[in-house]
Design a protein. Structure first.
Length: 43
């Protein structure tokens, strides 16, 4: 059980890190508000 929790915790951190990178790229790129809004509401 402890092992599973650790793995899922690492997975969550990895996903959050990927999302942060995605948001940074979106901020640098020209705004696509429609797709960004869909992404925000999806999560």
């Amino acid at each position: 059980m402890n092992f599973i929790l650790r793995v899922s915790n690492n997975l969550i951190k990895q996903v959050l890190f990927m999302e942060l990178n995605f948001y940074e790229e979106m901020m640098e790129a020209p705004p696509m508000t429609g797709e960004l809004q869909v992404f925000v509401f999806y999560y």
